[in-house]
Every structure is written in C-alpha cells, then in structure tokens.
Design a protein around this ligand. Structure first.
Ligand code: ZN
Length: 311
C-alpha cells in the first residue's frame, strides 16, 4: 500500500496507528472555504474521510490519506497576509546552537530569511516546495531542488541541517529525516522546528490549519525521543516556545474551550455543540488575550536539536 494511504506509522512501519479522530472531508472543505477562503476540493484524493491516527510506540499523530498540499494550495495560502509562520523563537534558539558552525543547510527556507541570523555561516537555503521555482531574488544562496537530489549531490557536506515548520507538511517524515541526515557530517546538528502537539494547539476544536492538506502530522517531545533512537541520534535539546504575542488569542481560545467543556476535547467534530463552544471561546478570547500569561505556559513551537553520531 502506498504511504499516502497507509495507516501504519511512517517510522514504525509494521505498527498500525490507533484511530483518534475521523473527519468528513466535505465538512473540512467547507471550513477551509469559510475560515480561509481556500478551495481544497481537489486536494484530498477524493477521500470521503480523513483519519487521524496515533502510533502506539512513538505517539506520532498522522493523517491518512497523507496527501501533501499542491502548489496551487500553497499559492493560495501564501496570499493570506498572516501566513508566514512566526519563527522568531526557532530562529533565535537555533542561531544560538549554530554560533560555532560554518556550513548550514536550511530546508524549506522560503526567502532565506534565517540567513540573517547566521552572519558567520556559509548558508545554503533549499527550496524544494516553492511554487515560484525561480531563483530570483537570490541574495541568500537558495537552491531550487528536491531534498533527495540534494542529499545525493551533497552527502555529508554540512555541519548543520535545519528545517523550520516543514516536517509536519511532508507525507513521509521518516524519508525526509533520512535525506536530511544524509546531507549532514558525522557529529553535525539536525535542528527541526514543528508545531508542538503537546500545547494548547491540541485543545483547539476544528482548527483547520492543523489538518490536511496543510499539516499531515503532529509532533510532541516524546515522539522525537523515539525517532532519535531509531536514527541513532543524540538529542541535545527539546525546547518548547513560550506563548508569544501573536498567538495569545489562540491560547485563550483553547483555555476557554476547556473551561466551557472540561472533559476531553475532540480535535475535529461536526457536532453543533462544538461549533457553539468554539464560537463562544473565540469571542471570549478576544477579551482574555489582554490578560497576562504565566511564564511557564507552553507556546505552539517545539524545537528538536539532535546530533548525528560518528559512523
Ligand atoms: Zn511510531
């Protein structure tokens, strides 16, 4: 069975994921249109439902079918004025780890803005997903090429390989990490930033952006510990971001949802009851967002820093 339809964990390929949630693609398509003005009707392989699974071994949560968003989908997403993820926490934290590094590969680099945080580095941006496919303007040494091709041509070339807010978009994260590691010198650092499933994000109900064709997998600290073992990597850090200003309303929306319905919360539900709760939570969060947030509260980003072992 192709990976896209497999209900088995992309890493633990002989282990079936447990079903967490079943989502009607018809409802999801309506939500994308209503919430974001985006048409996903041609994106999901004509599937009637999407299934969210959880691997019992590594706790990775992943959707089937795992269909990546098309160029047209991302072209629409990029039109949204707020679309580019806020990567301040990741960039600052990663730059600290890379202070003594000279060669860095940034996969899914966008316009290469991470290069501005690494003045001492020889920076290479890799953009396998760009819809534009044109290398201009290219002040940051951006290459337009697939990761697999790049890994074959630059095997063990870099001292560090980074990818920020990319892993959750790819249909086979195990292949992605394998190729990323191929680019890395023994002893080099792999730094991956993802949305943190162990945060308020997983308490939001019907959060469209966290579903396919946008996000295909959800990651938490425990998952990376299992993946580190499988790829013989040494985890140096698993850093959770604080709640930043731009996400305060979402944070309070999740808290208000929990307050209004303290039991377990479905990630996605068609029930009218949840639509009402989400609407009240959204309105309440508009006021609550001005309250102070305790420093220990967990924000939406998780940064994994791991070291490739000498072969
Ligand atoms: Zn697994």
């Amino acid at each position: 069975m192709p990976q896209e339809h497999s209900s088995h964990c992309p890493l633990h390929t002989s282990t079936a994921g447990e079903i967490i949630n079943i989502i009607s693609t018809e409802t999801l398509t309506k939500r994308y249109r209503r919430d974001l003005g985006i048409d996903i009707s041609l994106e999901l392989s004509n599937a009637k439902t999407l299934v969210l699974h959880q691997c019992p071994l590594c706790k990775l949560q992943f959707f089937t079918p795992a269909k990546e968003g098309s160029s047209e989908f991302y072209q629409q997403m990029k039109q949204l004025p707020w679309y580019y993820p806020n990567t301040k926490f990741e960039y600052n934290s990663a730059a600290e780890w890379l202070k003594n590094t000279t060669t860095v590969l940034d996969i899914g680099c966008g316009d290469g803005r991470f290069a501005n945080h690494l003045p001492q580095c020889s920076y290479t941006g890799l953009e396998p997903y760009s819809v534009e496919k044109r290398p201009l303007p290219n002040q940051h040494n951006i290459i337009y090429q697939s990761l697999n091709d790049h890994a074959h041509r630059h095997t063990e070339h870099y001292e560090a390989v980074c990818a920020f807010q990319v892993l959750e978009h790819v249909k086979n994260p195990a292949l992605f990490i394998g190729d990323a590691l191929k680019c890395l010198q023994p002893g080099g650092l792999l730094i991956l930033g993802v949305p943190n499933a162990d945060s308020y994000l997983s308490r939001l109900v019907n959060f469209t952006l966290n579903a396919p064709p946008h996000h295909l997998s959800w990651w938490q600290k425990e998952t990376f510990q299992h993946w580190a073992k499988a790829f013989t990597l040494k985890t140096l850090a698993l850093q959770q971001s604080p709640v930043e200003d731009w996400e305060k309303r979402l944070y309070w929306m999740a808290n208000a949802t929990h307050f209004l319905s303290p039991g377990s919360t479905p990630h996605f539900s068609d029930k009218h009851h949840w639509q009402i709760i989400s609407t009240i939570a959204y309105i309440s969060a508009g006021l609550l967002q001005y309250l102070p947030i305790k420093k220990s509260a967990t924000g939406s980003t998780l940064l994994w820093v791991a070291q490739k072992q000498a072969s």
